[in-house]
Design a protein around this ligand. Structure first.
Ligand code: B3K
Ligand code: ZN
Length: 880
């Protein structure tokens, strides 16, 4: 017997609520196992609702202790309460006050949704549907209410009491051992933005004065002893606040902004109004324990959550189908922030790499869905790369199509018109239409259609007529359950390079709308002809990755080499190097499959050498360009009948040959490129470390004495970036000092759980032949904690997503490990389990033996009768 699939929720069925809750007064008496919540709410009937219509509130695992209407207890016949629903049979026609008492058990809350405890600290997570685990409510984003929260707890264990909004009152209770704090949030908000925190926490404090002169107190709360790792997060917060004022004219709107870092959290962070709650991974950093990537992530996530204050909180979503309204836009905003703080080109390349490695496979597999889904069974499964990253790309395309000023005018109108609303994608797009007079009806298809469009390009130069013609076509590959895709509006930024590598000036073009350097492809097929072109140009298309599409262009290898050397668009220079490497990796993988000796092409080796020596590119860009496409990227490119072992072997050969060909230059970069002075996390220093470590990666398999150099780097590093890079080489390249280094690392960091996550992750991603067994051993290691989401992700998620050869091992042991673990985790924490199960999403692309094994692992999970709604949804869709 299998559990039932949850009912489908459809966008087309949206109806506004029949009643509205306008204000909420929550009194929360905190006890680890029996917290008493008294919610007093003012409710009114909507004018269009017939009098006598029942009021139905959402609940989840709740027990109702008492219910009053306008202060009077109601007879049992007047309502019906179950763990997931409360119905008031005939509510009054006039506005009324409803008081509900519920008792909840934070300690038993292993789902980490609603109110729970993490290392003794009470905290909440209410997005998407966690508030209904605290009290019965209209737990939907279109009910906006003003909240006042009173928290009561023992002073000794909970000296800190926090909720949304501004502090209103504090005091002691008569007995003296308990105290209370009242918080009032004047901004109406949906229930998913509610938060409270109570515990014994240390505080790091600072101030910020907004552009209009409002003083704001900034606090970061962490476990005692971790205060000295909050400096970077605080600095990032202040820069985010200033940036949003300067770039978008958006100011903060409360007297305090609180951030709390907790160690058990299902995702990265949460933008609760005035009280952001963070996974401590995105707050804590110092050079000894955090890598450059960690610093960059903290900066981005702090900014992202802060930016939600306008895009998400002040203007929220009407329903969960509109999730991309807040997420896509806020990701776009945090990407822009990071680009301004760091190198724009490096940021763009990193973002596109993420999009291609996470979103493209999602869009090409059974879990594909439009940026704005039309149907869901479990909303928590839609916090996806498609909603977030592709959603951000759609906003970026809007900017490209409209131009910077018109885009800003549209956004200004959006903030002006919709402040205080729970709204939709249609309303968002209407602001750009109204501000600019453009018609975005075709463009809106980007929100409706799943699947990554493939843009095919052929070029022809006619020397007689001096014309250069592009034959372009677009097509969305079949997506299950979706009718043939309609042509999208695709902005293609481009350049035509003349013989000296400079861009030619385009003086005549026909066949497409072209504005500046952007060509609009909006038909299924289109021919674009450029005139007055004196010699055959080299086409640089999709500069800056101006649209989330796959480009199918059989580009001549020599043209790619030319672009790699000359393109003035840094993104496409990087892309050209990647394309050259990818062509060879696909060829080498096929040779492995056929048992032929793999011989790398000279082209790749030369281009990598030229890139390494190209001083016109900064170090971070060179480090990125010298990174071979990942094994999962190669698998995607191959597309079907994938054998991860052949891919791994091909990539290893190419790495070794590139290393050997340029060993002296790599050695020089690896050993001499050390930023001067003490560690600093800025982009330039991080770029130097990235290049040095990339060079070391090639030396490790090519230079004599490399093992000694790597070990020396590991032992003498004065920062985590270098230490972890060296440890990864020692482990993944099975160097003799591997075990000794792992042991040293453990001894050094065993009391720092974020640093130990890296220890687990490094071993889980080891491509060696016995990693499945190693992971099983690590699962019984005293430091492994299956209840901590970060630890589970470090060991199991990184194994499943970052170790393709072992996950898809031909004996099925990798699939089995993940299926079995997901089932175990599902009993406690469905969100972590279902996320782990998404790692099967590309199973159909594997070779027949492997895909059969993956399918039977999924079927085993599916046959489990008590599977959560979250995991059931992922498994059902994966098997579709
Ligand atoms: N809005 C939250 C994510 C909530 C996930 C709920 N399952 C974090 C963010 O996107 O900023
Ligand atoms: Zn977000």
């Amino acid at each position: 017997m299998r559990s039932e699939t949850a009912p489908a929720i459809r966008l087309e069925d949206y109806n506004p609520p029949a009643y509205r809750i306008d204000t909420v007064y929550l009194n929360v008496e905190l006890e680890p196992k029996a917290t008493l919540v008294t919610a007093t709410m003012s409710v009114h009937r909507q004018p269009e609702t017939a009098e006598g219509t029942p009021l139905v509130l959402d609940g989840d695992e709740l027990t109702l202790k008492a219910l009053k209407l306008n202060g009077e207890p109601l007879p049992a016949s007047a309502f019906a309460a179950s763990d997931d629903r409360l119905e008031l049979r005939t509510p009054p026609g006039e506005p009324f006050e409803l008081t509900l008492e519920t008792e909840i058990d934070p300690d038993a809350n292993t789902k980490l949704m609603g109110l729970y405890r993490s290392s003794g600290t009470y905290c909440t997570q209410c997005e998407a549907e966690g508030f209904r685990r605290i009290t019965y409510f209209l737990d939907r984003p279109d009910n906006l209410a003003v909240y006042t929260t009173r928290l009561v707890a023992p002073k000794a264990t909970c000296p800190v009491l926090l909720a949304n909004g501004n502090p209103a009152e504090t005091g002691d209770l008569e007995t003296g051992s308990r105290h209370y704090a009242v918080w009032h949030d004047p901004h109406p908000k949906p229930a998913y933005l509610f938060a409270l925190v109570a515990g014994d926490l240390a505080r790091v404090t600072d101030t910020f004065t907004t552009a209009s002169g409002r003083p704001v107190t900034l606090n970061i709360y962490v476990e005692h002893g971790k205060q000295d790792r909050c400096g970077w997060a605080m600095d990032s917060l202040k820069r985010s606040m200033r940036w949003d004022e300067e770039v978008f004219g958006l100011e903060y709107d409360l007297d305090v902004f609180n951030i709390v870092a907790v160690s058990d959290f299902n995702m990265g962070a949460m933008e609760n109004k005035g009280l952001n709650i963070f996974n401590d991974k995105y707050v804590l950093a110092d050079p000894e324990t955090a890598t450059d990537q960690d610093y960059a992530n903290i900066e981005a996530v702090i900014a992202h959550e802060y930016f939600h204050n306008w895009t998400g909180n002040r203007i929220t979503c009407r329903d969960w189908f509109q999730l991309c309204l807040k997420e896509g836009l806020t990701v776009f905003r945090d990407q822009e922030f990071s680009s301004d703080m760091r190198s724009r080109a490096v940021k763009r390349i990193s973002d596109v790499r993420l999009l291609k490695s996470h979103q493209f496979p999602e869009d090409a597999g059974p879990l594909a869905h439009p940026v704005r889904p039309k149907i869901y069974h479990e909303i928590n499964n839609f916090y996806t790369a498609t909603v977030y990253e592709k959603g951000a790309e759609v906003v970026r395309m809007l900017k490209t199509l409209l131009g910077d000023d018109a885009f800003r005018a549209g956004l200004d109108l959006y903030f002006d018109r919709h402040d205080g609303d729970a709204t939709t994608i249609e309303a968002f797009l209407a602001c750009f239409e109204d501000a600019t007079g453009s018609d975005l009806s075709r463009f809106s298809l980007w929100y409706e259609q799943a699947g990554t469009p493939v843009v095919t390009v052929e070029t022809e130069y006619d020397p007689g007529r001096m014309t250069f013609e592009l034959s372009l076509s677009q097509e969305i590959p079949p997506v299950p359950g979706q009718k043939t895709g309609k042509p999208a509006v695709i902005p293609l930024r481009f350049g035509l390079l003349g013989p000296n590598g400079e861009d030619l000036e385009v003086t005549s073009a026909e066949g497409a709308q072209i504005s500046g350097d952007v060509l609009i492809l909006d038909q299924a097929r289109q021919k674009v002809r450029f005139g007055n072109i004196a010699s055959r140009p080299v086409l640089s298309l999709l500069r800056g990755f101006s649209a989330p599409v796959r480009l199918d262009q059989q580009q001549d290898p020599q043209d790619l080499v030319f672009l790699a050397a000359h393109d003035r668009d840094p993104f496409n220079r990087w892309q050209a190097v990647q394309d050259i490497a990818m062509q060879d990796l696909v060829r080498l993988t096929a040779l492995h499959g056929d048992g032929h000796p793999p011989v790398c092409s000279r082209n790749v080796i030369d281009v990598f050498g030229a890139t390494l020596r190209d001083m016109s590119l900064d170090e971070a860009l060179r480090a990125l360009a010298l990174t071979l496409p990942g094994e999962a990227d190669i698998a995607q490119e191959i597309g079907k009948n994938v054998n991860p072992d052949h891919i791994h072997a091909a990539r290893a050969v190419l790495r070794r040959e590139i290393g050997r060909a340029h060993v002296a230059a790599f050695l020089e970069q690896a050993t001499e490129l050390v930023p001067a002075g003490a560690y600093a996390p800025d982009a330039a220093s991080a770029g130097k470390r990235a290049l040095a470590n990339r060079a070391l990666h090639y030396c490790a398999v090519s230079a004599s004495g490399a093992a000694g150099i790597v070990l020396e780097r590991f032992t003498s590093a004065d920062n985590m970036t270098d230490r972890l890079a060296a440890l990864t080489l020692l482990v993944h390249d099975a160097m003799p000092a591997k075990d000794e280094a792992l042991e040293q690392y453990r001894a050094r960091y065993e009391h720092n759980s974020l640093a130990m996550d890296k220890w687990f992750m490094t071993q889980a991603t080891d491509p060696g032949p016995e990693t499945v067994e190693k992971v099983r051993d690590l699962m019984i290691h005293p430091l492994y904690d299956p209840t901590n989401p970060n630890r589970v992700r470090a060991l199991l998620q990184s194994f499943a997503t970052g170790n393709p050869t072992q996950f898809a091992r031909p004996d099925g042991a990798g699939f089995e490990l993940i299926a079995e673990s997901a089932l175990e985790i599902d009993k406690r924490n469905p969100q972590v389990a279902s996320r782990l199960l998404t790692s099967f999403r590309s199973w159909r692309a594997l070779d027949p033996q492997r895909s059969a094994l993956a399918e039977s692992a999924l079927l085993r999970v599916s046959s489990y009768e008590n599977l959560s709604r979250d995991s059931r949804d992922i498994v059902d869709r994966s098997l579709q």
